[in-house]
Ligand binder design. Sequence first.
Ligand SMILES: [Zn+2]
Length: 80
Amino acid sequence: MNQASVNLRIAEGTTPTNTWTDGAPLRIPSAVVLGDVRTYRRLTCAACGKRGMKATPQHTAIGGYRVLCSCRTCRHVEVC
Ligand SMILES: [Zn+2]
């Protein structure tokens, strides 16, 4: 059994399975998450056109991964 499946089992027992929670899943290497966050921070807001999004890695208990981008200027939020 690898580390990822152990972590998944613990998470399934303690939290709802489809809720997005701040923080990257353990199965994603931190270097990858950091790269994603750096990339998305440079994006331009689709709503107001300003550069500089706040990128927040999120995960679900069943192993989902996404980065939520929110605009620092107009608070527009999009899933990257
Ligand atoms: Zn904006």
